[in-house]
Design a protein around this ligand. Structure first.
Ligand code: GDP
Ligand code: IMO
Ligand code: MG
Length: 447
């Protein structure tokens, strides 16, 4: 039995969908714990591509229960479209459960997200425009609509009439936008409610029951560590907690129930939206990574900014998430390069630092200090064991693992399930080494 959290170790789009799908093979339950339809998780199975925004990446396994936890925000329109799309592909969604206490993204959230980004001008965050920030803001402000509110038509009418009239003042007076018609929105959302009703339950009770019965639970994060509201590159972050700690809050599971944390990282770095990115490559090399990695957003289609692997961020992600091991994806994208750089430390105003700075202003002044490694210049896409890899690729992996002080348990060399090397069992293999109180490395803790 193992309860495992899968998180993004960079700025999102690390390949969490692929890794979650892969690990779902041995999971009984897969739970999404935060984020909303800002996420886009891609799974490729036998040449068929699935793009999921809210539905957990375990959905392709008919015997795996899939849960959308209370820490997520749910856009019913997009969720229903996703359900329809899976139905068309003959994928059953009967085993999908939705938390009663998750908050609901409303039309005014989307409008306010987009209008406030426009108003910010050069200070914009580069959000996905899907209403994520305003939905979480209402949750904190305690004016949010929850899934259980949707399930109660009379209460919903009363609640939405008040809320929409309140939001209309903001839309009209602050953003010069036309007001929403409360009745129209109410009818639309009552329709969504009926469609979603069969899936809605107290998911925390379901998860607790699964834990009691020693089922294997996989917690699937969206976004990534550097987009975390508390631990990321604030204000250029999302409005939830993608870090491993968020999995407990976003599902109602106590931390003592978690056995493992697996981080997912690309073999280089990408970022969508605004904000500092020390290892960003502007020129030809950036274009090459973008082309070879097909780096265009799953949700918005925006071009992802590309750069070298940043081990300062990697080490930070290991620490903040208590990561036991890492899945390194898209190694194949580096196949053609003559040489590969890795950021080992930052130069901040002439001082060397190996730590991620807490201030975004300081982060923007970080200049990467690189170590250059030779490329391997052969295709790795058909490698299935470590022995199949060229020596330079092996050296690259070893270098990253040593720098970040974390074992690399999975190496991914292509989008499909089989393009993967399982170096060691990520769920039952050794956990990350800790230090003895005297500072010497301890023997690896067994699972
Ligand atoms: P997520 O948001 O973390 O699930 O990642 P996305 O799905 O948004 O983006 C990752 C993209 O890379 C998807 O198009 C995947 O199909 C693709 N991908 C995942 N792993 C690999 C890999 O090892 N090599 C290559 N070339 N593509 C990969
Ligand atoms: P997955 O789960 C990459 C980024 C946006 C923007 C910032 C805030 O596919 O890895 P938001 O709409 O959340 O308020 O935008 O966060 N962002 C992502 N970047 N992958 C994602 O999800 C993202 N979700 C949000 O580009 O910079
Ligand atoms: Mg994505």
């Amino acid at each position: 039995m193992a309860n495992v959290i899968v998180i993004g170790a960079q700025w999102g789009d690390e390949g969490k969908g692929k890794i979650t799908d892969l690990l779902s093979r041995s999971a009984d339950v897969v739970v999404r714990y935060q984020g909303g339809v800002n996420a886009g998780h891609t799974i490729v199975v036998k040449g068929q591509t699935f793009k999921l925004h809210l539905i957990p990446s375990g959905i392709l396994y008919p015997n795996t229960d899939c849960i959308i936890g209370c820490g997520t925000v749910i856009d019913p329109q997009i969720l229903i479209a996703e359900l329809d799309q899976l139905k068309e592909l003959n994928i059953s969604t009967d085993h999908l459960l939705i938390s009663e206490t998750a908050h609901v993204t409303m039309p005014y959230h989307r409008l306010i997200d987009q209008a406030s980004e426009e108003r910010r001008g050069s200070y914009k965050i580069g959000t996905t425009g899907r209403g994520i920030g305003p939905t979480y803001a209402d949750k904190s402000e305690r004016t949010g609509i929850r899934v259980l509110d949707l399930m109660n038509p009379d209460g919903l009418r009363e609640q939405l009439e008040w809320t929409i009239n309140y939001k209309n003042v903001i839309l009209e007076k602050l953003y010069n936008l036309p007001p929403l018609d409360p009745q129209e929105v109410i009818e639309q959302y009552l329709g969504y409610a009926e469609r979603l009703r069969p899936h809605v339950v107290d998911t925390s009770l379901k998860i607790s029951d699964a834990i009691q019965r020693r089922r294997n639970i996989l917690f699937e994060g969206a976004q990534g560590t550097l987009l975390d509201l508390d631990h990321g590159t604030y204000p250029y972050v999302t409005s939830s907690n993608p870090v491993a700690g968020g999995a407990c809050v976003g599902t109602g599971v106590g931390p003592t129930m978690i056995d493992r944390v697996i981080g997912v990282s690309k073999a280089y770095t990408t970022r969508v939206g605004e904000g500092p990115f020390p290892t960003e490559l502007d020129g030809e090399l950036g274009e090459l990574l973008c082309d070879r990695g097909a780096e265009f957003g799953t949700t918005t289609g925006r071009k992802r900014r590309c750069g070298w692997f940043d081990a300062v961020i990697g080490r930070y992600a290991v620490r903040i998430n208590g990561m036991d091991c890492m899945a390194l994806t898209k190694l194949d994208v580096l196949d053609e390069l003559e040489e590969i750089k890795v950021c080992v430390a930052y130069d901040i105003d002439g001082d060397r630092s190996e730590h991620f700075p807490t201030s975004s202003r300081q982060f923007a002044r970080c200049r990467p200090i690189y170590k250059t490694l030779p490329g391997w210049k052969v295709s790795t896409t058909n490698c299935r064991t470590l022995e199949d890899l060229p020596q330079a690729a092996l050296d690259y992996l070893k270098f990253l693992a040593e720098l970040m002080e974390v074992p690399i348990a999975i190496v991914s060399l292509g989008a499909s399930r089989d393009q993967t090397i399982i170096v060691e069992d990520p769920i039952h293999g050794p956990k990350r080494a800790l230090l003895h109180p005297d500072g010497t490395p301890a023997t690896l803790l067994s699972a």
